[in-house]
Design a protein around this ligand. Sequence first.
Ligand code: IMP
Length: 196
Amino acid sequence: MNLLFATTNAGKMKEVRALLASAGIKLYYLKDMDIAVAAPEETGATFEENALLKAHYYHNFYRMPVIADDAGLVVPALNGEPGVYSARYAGVGANDAQNNQKLLQTIKARKLDRPEAYFKAVVALVTEGEEHLFEGTCHGRICNEPRGGNGFGYDPLFELVEKSCTFAEMDINLKNSVSHRGKAFASLAGYLKKIV
Ligand code: IMP
């Protein structure tokens, strides 16, 4: 089965190719396509809406099975912030350091101490006439200061309590085995193995 992963991120593509290797899938990503199309705006209010919106958009354009993912960090004590705004929490175009700083400032202003948080990832699969959603979550806490040099995004602030380390202190294999994204794609791989 040919499957298009709606991403331009080579790092993500490599990770997901490995996760789907055993599922009998030939995986393509947007840079493999002969004709390029502008990315859709992620206007959804939830991760599910954004993942579906992207998968349908590219499926309508390329007419082949498509997967698209959306993920982010949720802090329940902050009413779910940063949530779907994770990539642009400190403003459109903000970098990881600015987003992390905004999160720490917000937590401090609300006088919270190491609040509980979770990462959530949703993968949408859209084929002719069908759509399916797969999700994964990973629960932990937000630390008082960044720790570790690996990973990206909020990794230095997200502590997996049972391992006493942040995502940024883990190697990529350990992170994939416990992460929201790893779980969501493992669930997709299980489904694909059944239908391919
Ligand atoms: P995306 O939908 O996977 O591109 O994720 C959107 C944003 O959520 C990223 O820009 C990060 O800020 C945050 N995020 C998602 N997954 C992770 C993760 O595994 N570690 C750290 N931050 C993440």
